[in-house]
Design a protein around this ligand. Sequence first.
Ligand SMILES: Nc1ncnc2c1ncn2[C@@H]1O[C@H](COP(=O)(O)OP(=O)(O)OP(=O)(O)O)[C@@H](O)[C@H]1O
Length: 291
Amino acid sequence: MTLDVTDLRKTYPTGDEALNGVDLSVGGSETTAMIGPSGAGKSTFIRCVNRLTEPTGGTVEIDGTDLTALDDDGLREARRDIGMIFQEYNLVERLTVMENVLTGRLGYVSAWRAFRRSFPPEDIERAYEILETVGLDDMENKRVDELSGGQRQRVGIARAVVQQPKILLVDEPTSSLDPETSNTVMRLLTEIAAEREVPVLINIHEVDLAVEHADRIVGLHDGEVVFEGSADELGDDTLDRVYRGGDPPESRAPNASEGPADDDAADESVVRNGVVSADGRASERPTSGGS
Ligand SMILES: Nc1ncnc2c1ncn2[C@@H]1O[C@H](COP(=O)(O)OP(=O)(O)OP(=O)(O)O)[C@@H](O)[C@H]1O
């Protein structure tokens, strides 16, 4: 499938212009990481794609259907094709792993089945399969409030995958996780993309994780795409542009790199070795294949 976003705009009622005309296409079995400083508009973008937040302009097409033009019923149907994985997992704490995963099928069962949480056997079989894929087999009867952060995120991934979506949208999947678990979760997402031929779009703070795992990187700054390319093309100049704003490197004055082009953005962030993490955590840029 293909997601084509054209000239996407969002101005919140407060007047905050979060997206200023974003164009982006994702498709195939590609993993795309969206990076950018805090407030760049990454979460707004992902939420506008499935209209959890209503865009104020532009179009969001999935295989040619414009989601922004759909009524409530049409949108409900279209959302079955969009798997969403959240930063805070959004799980039901008192329910088991299996019950949480099966909520991914709610859009497919009748209202009375949904009410009784009664799912057809093929859904349950699929849920077991996916729990194995994410490494949570034998944990189906555990309550999710007994799980670690990494295990919870894997439940969130399983819930999105059991939905059999055509695209996965992932909002900051690693922000509450330690580095090793973050790597595991990112690897799992890229494997799911490749094996199930589902494009995955991930918002991520940590540049090094994006570089290591994503096929393509999109840099957002102040609601605009300022970089799009492979990890290899993401040099220090480009990272400056994404995290500090300012002109593209080729049009800069020779001494322009000495100071931040955007004081507000620079104040928010810690800069070390040209790499800034949006939440103020500096990170070393990995060397080839580094972790
Ligand atoms: N509900 C809201 N009401 C008003 N303004 C908002 C709302 N949500 C976000 N914004 C503003 O929109 C801009 C983009 O925010 P958004 O959360 O999309 O950025 P982000 O790149 O995801 O940031 P972070 O990495 O910190 O999550 C910011 O200026 C923010 O203050």
